[in-house]
Design a protein around this ligand. Structure first.
Ligand code: ATP
Length: 251
């Protein structure tokens, strides 16, 4: 039997218009298993809205989203247990301890052996010292690590990450990136990652989609984008795109 090469996620003509704002213009892309795709763009480019639509939190104005081969908005339950997300904008109940919060999420996702899974994640992500502390009494960096544990609790095959290393110090951020790389390899997971951190995108992503004011203005591997714009790093490519200069598709 030939291996299944159908994409984990297929987004076709998806757009979002709020009352007066076009947040995302019709956007199409697909994520194969084991791929890491970065969403890059300045403030207000439409990254969070795109991730919100794939998560099922924001209803698209047009288009279809297919996850694991089925239309997501018509049949969410087929996909929800096999996907997860991390966003610094989603907080956990403050009075529950980290362990209690992770237990609730583990049960929501139908994880078997939740207590053991939490111990394993606490070891992997260095949460042990504050596992029994109320979640409201954590530093920003500790919260980010707990959010990552929550995102991995059901061993998702599709992982949506919105600024996964925001508020982490460079050492912890590096360590989280290594963890994500390792997880992707082990699970052959597809990852969609929105980030402002160019070094992170360059390191983790095999494909980068550049958004500007809701439009996809360029798309390629980090190496292709560097060559296209004649730049040595993605930060300079980002600035070229943001300022409408250079040799890219948007220029
Ligand atoms: N609930 C909303 N109602 C109206 N407009 C919204 C809403 N959410 C987002 N927008 C608008 O949609 C556009 C895209 O916002 P979005 O949050 O997706 O951008 P982003 O690329 O994630 O930006 P940032 O890097 O600043 O987080 C912006 O112009 C924003 O003001």
């Amino acid at each position: 039997m030939s291996p299944d090469t159908s994409p984990i996620l297929r987004v076709a003509g998806v757009s979002k218009t709020y009352a007066e704002t076009v947040a995302v213009k019709p956007l199409s892309f697909a994520l194969p298993a084991g791929s890491v795709t970065g969403l890059l763009g300045g403030n207000g480019a439409g990254k969070t809205t795109t991730i919100g639509m794939v998560m099922g939190l924001i209803e698209p104005t047009t288009g279809t989203i297919e996850i694991f081969g089925r239309e997501f908005l018509k049949d969410r339950y087929h996909a929800l247990g096999r996907m997860n997300f991390e966003s610094p904008y989603v907080d956990m109940p403050h009075r529950l301890t980290v362990r209690q919060n992770l237990t609730v999420f583990g049960r929501l996702y139908g994880v078997r052996g939740v207590a053991d899974k939490i111990e394993e994640l606490a070891g992997d992500l260095a949460l042990k010292e504050f596992l029994d502390r109320p979640s409201g009494r954590l530093s920003a960096g500790q919260k980010t690590r707990v959010a990552l544990a929550k995102a991995l609790i059901n061993e998702p095959e599709l992982l949506l990450l919105d600024e996964p290393t925001a508020s982490l110090d460079p050492d912890t951020a590096d360590w989280v990136r290594a963890h994500l790389e390792d997880y992707r390899r082990r699970r052959n997971c597809a990852i969609l990652l929105a980030s402002h951190n160019m070094a992170e995108v360059e390191r983790l992503c095999d494909r980068v989609m550049m958004l500007k004011e809701g439009s996809l203005v360029d798309d390629g591997s980090p190496a292709e984008l560097l060559a296209r714009y004649g730049r040595g790093n993605l930060e300079d490519v980002f600035l070229d795109v943001a300022r409408g200069r250079g040799n890219g598709a948007a220029a």
